[in-house]
Design a protein around this ligand. Structure first.
Ligand code: TYD
Ligand code: MG
Length: 451
């Protein structure tokens, strides 16, 4: 302990400034009160030997999947986000707002393994054993191979691993577990780093796949921003807004697979239910003949997602008209209102409401065309043909610009029964059978094609 050295680390996002003294303002990012004490202790955890050992091998003799054993969780939406299953010995950080369902999801994950006779251990440093047990009862989870420990002391949690010998481990959460030899409070940068480093050493040392829960802090980053993400193998965010039951899993870092993949779930009274066809779910409440709605094919990671954009245009008002957006980009709405004005769709003196239905966020520029035609449709009170889907970015002079993955978008539209797609001209090569693909160069042409 005498060798302890104190450093202060900036906890602001994207900043990792270190100073030997505490400072009120970070000299690098200029944020106030972000410097946190980090006590560096001589490392007590074994050095991590990466898979493959410490003898150099010619790269040609290694295959991409050498030493990589995957365990299927059996929850498809999660397995896909993980890159095809849980890699043994990997440390997976599950981040998200409190209450989004992280603990629920991980309890279900352990249950899937336990049902196959694989011993698992859930360490809860946040809820009492009774609370976790009540949740398990609610989810219909039990069995002799799912072990539960309510413990905040990291050392004791890790000795439970020796006792139980689990094949999958959950540590819930990195902010509430506490390494006693670190002289700072749980949740501090020093503590979360230590907890994550010890979890990593354990995962690698025993080839034990481990899920580490991390709450997102007020600034939007995981605790000890940047302090954790580079330490772990995989970072998955569990997202969802309070207004809907829909939840999305998104990998933002994955040493064993691609990022950007999405997995959808719905929070129900019986726990999280997979939503394998998110597009169908997004469109399930659509009123096809109402003016002011349009369907867009947006990209979420490598997957296309069909979503409904709604617009409502009010009567002309003498005062300053209101602009309300939900789940869409406000700046793009303002721009589209101006572009439509040039085409004779006068919206400047009317209240405008626009939203992405179903509580999702559609900030991709490909949604521009859907927003614009929904606005025009509401203004003229003319519904858009329900069998038509649109996508494309709109530029300031009303030109329709190409977007990524046009073929995937069109295929998803076809799969859901859309017969006509209006898209940037460059996309027109990718029409699957049964779909009329209309490539247009301008918003004006798109509106003409819809009339
Ligand atoms: P939880 O897993 O505790 O979230 P986190 O660990 O991310 O903080 O999820 C808590 C919320 O989920 C809580 O508001 C209750 C709700 N919930 C259900 O709606 N149904 C269920 O079956 C369960 C277990 C929880
Ligand atoms: Mg929890």
């Amino acid at each position: 302990m005498s060798k302890n050295k104190t450093t202060y680390v900036c906890s602001a996002e994207d900043c990792d400034y270190r100073s030997p003294r505490w400072l009120g303002q970070c000299p690098r990012c200029k944020e106030w009160n972000t410097l946190q004490e980090l006590i560096e202790t001589p490392s007590v955890h074994p050095t991590v030997a990466p898979v493959g050992g410490s003898t150099p091998i010619p790269i040609s003799q290694l295959s991409a999947t050498d030493g990589e054993v995957r365990l299927r969780v059996g929850i498809q939406e999660l397995d896909r986000v993980l890159g095809g299953g849980l890699v043994t010995g990997s440390l997976v950080l599950i981040g998200g707002d409190p209450g989004v369902g992280k603990s629920t999801l991980l309890l279900m994950v352990l249950d899937r393994f336990a049902r196959r006779g694989i011993p698992t251990l859930y360490v809860s440093a946040e809820e009492s054993a009774r609370q976790v047990q009540l949740r398990a009862e609610r989810l219909g989870i039990g069995g002799d191979t799912l072990f539960l420990l309510a413990e905040t002391d990291l050392d004791r949690a890790l000795s439970a691993v020796d006792q139980v010998g689990p094949k999958v481990l959950v540590l819930d959460s990195v902010q509430t577990l506490c390494a006693p030899h670190i002289g700072s409070v749980p949740g501090s940068v020093a503590q979360v780093r230590e907890v994550a480093a010890r979890a990593m050493a354990l995962a690698k040392g025993r080839d034990l796949p481990t899920f580490l829960v991390g709450h997102v802090t007020k600034q939007g980053g995981l605790a000890g921003p940047k302090a954790l993400e580079h330490l772990v193998d995989t970072v998955i965010y569990f997202e969802g807004d309070g207004s809907t039951q829909l939840r999305a899993l998104r990998a933002t870092k994955n040493r064993f697979g691609s990022t950007g993949e999405l997995g959808f779930f719905e929070m129900s009274s019986a726990g999280l239910v997979e939503v394998p066809d998110a597009s169908a779910r997004m469109l399930s409440e659509r009123v096809p003949d109402a003016p002011g709605t349009a369907v867009v094919a947006a990209m979420e990671g490598s997957r296309p997602l069909l979503a409904e954009v709604q617009a409502l245009v009010g009567r002309p008002t003498p005062g300053t008209p209101g602009r309300t957006v939900l789940g869409l980009d406000k700046g793009r709405l303002d721009m589209l209102v101006a572009v439509l004005g040039k085409l004779g769709y006068a919206l400047h003196d009317r209240d405008v409401f626009a939203s992405a239905a179903g509580g999702i966020r559609l900030t991709e520029p490909a949604a521009d065309l859907a927003i614009a035609v929904a606005l025009a449709s509401s203004l003229r009170e003319r519904p858009i043909d329900p069998g038509t889907l649109v996508f494309g970015e709109i530029g300031l002079v009303g030109e329709l610009r190409a977007v990524s993955h046009p073929n995937l978008r069109v295929i998803e539209a076809a799969r859901h029964g859309f017969r006509r797609v209006i898209a940037p001209a460059a996309a027109a090569r990718h029409a699957p059978e049964g779909v009329e693909l209309i490539g247009v160069r301008t918003l004006r042409d798109a509106l003409a094609a819809l009339a």
